[in-house]
Design a protein around this ligand. Structure first.
Ligand code: ADP
Ligand code: ASP
Ligand code: MG
Length: 417
């Protein structure tokens, strides 16, 4: 007998038949004698609809009310799954974040979990009760509902797994594991049996939305045995209930992976925008003067390129921001033009950041050059580059996203045989 957390994403609970299918996955584990906590997302598309309603009601709105609204999607699915399980003869009840409670910080809209009191859930395991927990939500110090940022149900699941000391956390989704790149873009992508925490962290933070970044961090810190697997399979097919080796991808420590590739995967993130400040006065403190106010306004600046301008006495500063923050950034920079002392501001949206990720890069040279060549061969222009020990990110025109992802996937030998 073990403790398991099963998380089901939006498409997995998209309608009542799908919820019934999810209930059969839960039933399989319960009948195997395990104690189960289930975490559910809102039905597919629901959170987007709720977010759009907030914006329609008022483009600028109270983040606490935003949370009250967008957290409601998960409440519905938790109740629906509890009813479905009860109908199948399984003892189950739904839990909202505040009822457990899952305590978060006060950063409404992107809150971080600080503490989970899982005592009652665990006590009810002794009564063979299944806990169906609404993902994506908790309660902030101001006693109001807080949400964990888009994709946050993954984080709820891993955090609950850590809190109850689960033997495994299964993230059920609409793909059967983590692939070498998004299988929707590259059909030749291969499913990995295992991926290291560090590489998964990079993949997630560079755009692979299969797991929310924070969930990977928590799994890494708390050593939660986390699998990504599909809900879109017959719950009773052979091997589905395999305790040690369920079908899917295990996120694990680097040393659990026997054959390490140089490049593990390719990620991409669309909707990037670029801003260039031309002829910024070249003096100490200028970067602080530009990026300080952007940071204060909550604009997430990513790739930064600085080069000396033609005359040598000024510098050009180019950087990227999420497209959604572009207007805010431009307004802020234009208003501060006098203090920042630049000549002109240029911007461009519709860009994509493609990234090559692999722990093997630490000990191999030439990985970046291979990427540049592959893109050049397809006449894809590179607008900016950043690198770290285990990744290379390249900014390109968004129209070339698919082409670039497939080119990079192929050039590192990741294509399926
Ligand atoms: P859920 O609603 O279950 O949380 P998401 O839509 O958030 O599901 O995440 C699953 C999606 O992530 C897949 O449908 C896939 O298109 C996308 N994805 C992006 N990169 C990858 C990758 N490397 N491996 C698997 N899926 C990926
Ligand atoms: N429903 C939320 C979202 O769409 C949380 C999640 O699905 O993980 O972002
Ligand atoms: Mg998700």
């Amino acid at each position: 007998m073990a403790r398991l957390v099963l998380k089901f994403g939006g498409t997995s609970v998209g309608d009542i038949p799908r919820i019934q299918n999810v209930a059969r996955h839960v039933k399989r584990e319960v009948e195997a004698g395990h104690h189960v906590a289930v975490v559910v997302s809102a039905m597919a598309g629901k959170t987007n609809e709720l977010v759009a309603w907030c914006r329609e009601a008022s483009p600028i709105h109270d983040a606490r009310e935003y949370d009250a609204i967008v957290a409601s999607g998960e409440q519905v699915t938790a109740g629906l799954l509890a009813i479905t399980l009860q109908k199948m003869g399984i003892n189950a009840r739904s839990w909202q974040g505040w009822q457990i409670p899952i305590r978060t910080d006060g950063a409404h809209g992107a809150a971080r979990i600080q503490e989970i009191d899982a005592g009652e859930i665990v006590r009810r395991f002794d009564e063979d009760q299944v806990a169906v927990v609404a993902g994506f939500q908790g309660i902030a110090p101001d006693n109001r509902i807080a949400t964990l940022g888009r994709g946050g149900s993954d984080t709820s699941a891993v955090a609950i797994a850590a809190a109850i000391g689960a033997d495994r956390c299964d993230i059920y989704t609409d793909v059967d594991g983590v692939y070498t790149t998004d299988p929707r873009i590259e059909p030749k992508a291969r499913r990995m049996a295992k991926i290291s925490f560090e590489e998964m962290l990079e993949m997630a933070s560079l755009g692979a939305k299969v797991l929310q970044v924070r969930s990977v961090e928590l799994a890494m810190v708390h050593k939660v045995r986390t699998f990504v697997r599909s809900s879109f399979v017959d719950p009773d097919a052979p091997g589905m209930g395999d305790f040690d080796n369920p079908p899917g991808t295990l996120i694990c420590d680097e040393d659990e992976i026997v054959e390490q590739q140089v490049v593990t995967g390719i990620a991409y993130s669309r909707d990037e925008a670029q801003i260039s400040l031309r002829r910024v006065e070249d003096r100490p403190g200028v970067a602080a003067a530009i990026f300080g106010p952007l940071a204060d306004a909550g604009v997430n600046v990513d790739m930064i390129v600085q080069n000396i301008s033609e005359s040598g006495d000024a510098t050009d500063m180019t950087f990227t921001v999420p497209a959604g923050d572009l207007q805010k950034a431009i307004t802020l920079l234009e208003n501060a033009k006098a203090e920042m002392r630049y000549d002109a501001l240029q911007s461009e949206s519709g860009l994509t950041k493609v990234s090559v990720i692999g722990i093997g890069m630490r000990s191999h040279t030439g990985v970046a050059a291979t990427a540049f060549k592959a893109l050049a061969a397809r006449s894809i222009n590179i607008k900016a580059i950043t690198t770290s020990e285990i990744k290379i990110s390249i900014l390109i025109d968004g129209d070339y996203t698919e082409l670039a992802v497939r080119a990079l996937h192929g050039v590192y030998g990741l294509d399926k045989a």
